[in-house]
Design a binder for this molecule. Structure first.
Ligand code: PNS
Length: 165
């Protein structure tokens, strides 16, 4: 049985968590009383930031938002949904180009676990061009990521750059 009130899980790689992600969480918490940010523990690719650090940075960013939790997960998203006593998957939809992939995984998740429903939220226009890939590329090429990521993430990326020198 699904517990009320409705919990939404916001899954992602969040490598790194950027202002578009923050915007989605801010919108989500006005709709859902409990939002669980699920940070994917990628096993098949080397992330810029390790999972535990991504979780810590997102926690620091969202610490003043009651109702929001941050947890790492591995394996199937629908299993994490059940563990979180949730049935809603939250995803940001920035542009038409996101649609095909999002539509495919929304249907696959429902096939894997029928109660799963995917809810799409659109970020504010100024963040529609933001993605983890773009932020990683700017960082790798020595660009300034302030104004693209929350302050704790900016500091962590700056530190990472210092270590890489
Ligand atoms: O931020 P991303 O990389 O677009 O997030 C992708 C994510 C985490 C939502 C997706 O990779 C995922 O759900 N992974 C868990 C594995 C899974 O459940 N796969 C089956 C659904 S296709």
């Amino acid at each position: 049985m699904i517990e009320q009130p409705i919990t939404a899980v916001y899954p992602g790689s969040f490598d790194p968590f950027h202002l578009g992600h923050l915007d989605i969480v801010r919108r989500a918490i006005t709709i859902f009383p409990r939002v669980v940010v699920g940070v994917l523990q990628n096993t098949d690719k080397t992330p810029l930031l390790p999972t535990e650090q991504r979780v810590d940075l997102i926690r620091s960013t969202l610490e003043d938002m009651p109702g929001v939790e941050v947890t790492a997960f591995s394996g199937l998203l629908v299993d994490f949904l059940r563990e979180s006593r949730a049935r809603v998957i939250l995803r940001g939809m920035r542009a038409v180009s996101d649609f095909e992939y999002e539509f495919q995984i929304a249907l696959m998740n429902r096939r894997l676990w029928n109660p799963a429903e995917t809810v799409f939220l659109t970020p504010t226009e100024e963040f529609t061009y933001l993605s983890g890939r773009v932020v990683r590329e700017i960082w790798r090429l020595g660009g300034d990521v302030s104004g693209l990521v929350p302050e704790p993430v900016r500091r962590a990326l700056e530190e990472l750059r210092r270590q890489a020198r």
